[in-house]
Every structure is written in structure tokens, then in C-alpha cells.
Design a protein around this ligand. Structure first.
Ligand code: PRP
Length: 178
């Protein structure tokens, strides 16, 4: 990728506003639920999870999970493999999976099924962005930041070849930079 900063798709201010709104909604929805566990999907979710979790007004604990998807290119193939499971016991707890992006939907679908096998009280999902047109499987995103088109996006946890994850905004990688 060239050195110039990616073009802004979603600004830092827009992200922070939307994250605060989602946090308020989650705090309300889980106000009577004990044991909310936020499960961040490595690596991309780390910034969204950090901001979202700190804006909640309810008790919560944090876990991480890591997956890798087989297949070449930028798209997940549908064959998702668990690389690292949650460390704590989530049985009987309310699980909120936190993702940076839902693209084909394969990763989230796999994770919902996998985490349900731990017998939690419930499983819901939060994602900062979703590529609605790219969906290959039906999967519910209970808390969504933004729907975007089929662009390659970076920033706020999202990368292109591991670059630009820590940009405070979401930017677009031009086809000429790929
Ligand atoms: C991204 C993202 C999701 C997955 C979504 O992870 O964090 O986990 O892809 O794609 P899907 O809906 O097509 O399954 P990525 O493989 O880029 O890894 P990273 O989070 O470590 O960057």
C-alpha cells in the first residue's frame, strides 16, 4: 500500500457517536441480565471491543476468540477453523460476539454455532460494519454500526495486509493499492 492516508468512508466522529448509541442500547437490553460476556474476535475487533465495552453502563467481562478461514484471496471460503477458544467458562452466561466486519457471514455463523456448544444462556452479535451485498449465508447482526458497499476497508481494527488497523476512522483501500 502507498503511504498516503486512505480516503475517509466513516469518520472518527461518526464511529464514536454510533458506538455510544450501540452501547446505550446494549446496556438497556442487558440491564436485567446477569453475566454478560463480550467475546471479541481477533484480531480485527480489538478497537471496537475496547471502545464499546468501556461505554457500557452494566457489568461485563471480556473474552477473546481467534479463527482462521481457509481459502485464498480476501474472502473467507466458508471453512472456518478455531485457532483459540474462550478461556473462561461461558455456560449459563449471556454471550455477545463482537466483530469488526461481517462480509460473507461464514465466520459469524460458525462462531454462533461453536459458542452455543458451550451452553450459554444466550448468544447475540455486534459488528461495526457489514457488507450487506456480500452475504453468502444468513446470519443475524443484532447490533450493527454501519452497512457498507463492497469496498475494501481499513482502520478501527480492520487491516489490509496488517496495515492501517489503528487508524481512528474507516477508510477505503483503492483497487490500485491492493
Ligand atoms: C475478518 C473479520 C471477520 C471475518 C469476516 O477477519 O474480522 O472475522 O473476516 O468475514 P466473513 O464474514 O467473510 O467470514 P480476518 O480474516 O480479516 O482476520 P483479522 O480480524 O485477524 O484481520
Amino acid at each position: 500500500m502507498k503511504n498516503e492516508a486512505p480516503e475517509v468512508l466513516i469518520s472518527e466522529e461518526q464511529i464514536q457517536l454510533r458506538v455510544a448509541e450501540i452501547a446505550e442500547q446494549i446496556s438497556e437490553d442487558y440491564s436485567r441480565a446477569e453475566d454478560l460476556v463480550m467475546v471479541g474476535v481477533l484480531k480485527g475487533s480489538f478497537i471496537f471491543l475496547a471502545d464499546l465495552s468501556r461505554k457500557l453502563s452494566i457489568p461485563r467481562t471480556i473474552e477473546f476468540i481467534a479463527v482462521s478461514s481457509y481459502g485464498s484471496g480476501s474472502r473467507s471460503s466458508g471453512a472456518v477453523r478455531l485457532v483459540m477458544d474462550v478461556r473462561g467458562n461461558i455456560e449459563g452466561k449471556h454471550v455477545l460476539i463482537v466483530e469488526d466486519i461481517v462480509d460473507t457471514g461464514h465466520t459469524l455463523k460458525y462462531l454462533i454455532g461453536m459458542l452455543k456448544s458451550h451452553r450459554p444462556a444466550s448468544v447475540k452479535t455486534a459488528a461495526l460494519v457489514r457488507k450487506a451485498e456480500s452475504a453468502e449465508v444468513e446470519v443475524t447482526t443484532d447490533y450493527l454500526g454501519f452497512d457498507i458497499g463492497d469496498e475494501w476497508v481499513v482502520g478501527y481494527g480492520l487491516d489490509f495486509a496488517e496495515q492501517n488497523r489503528t487508524l481512528p476512522y474507516i477508510g477505503i483501500v483503492k483497487p490500485t493499492d491492493r
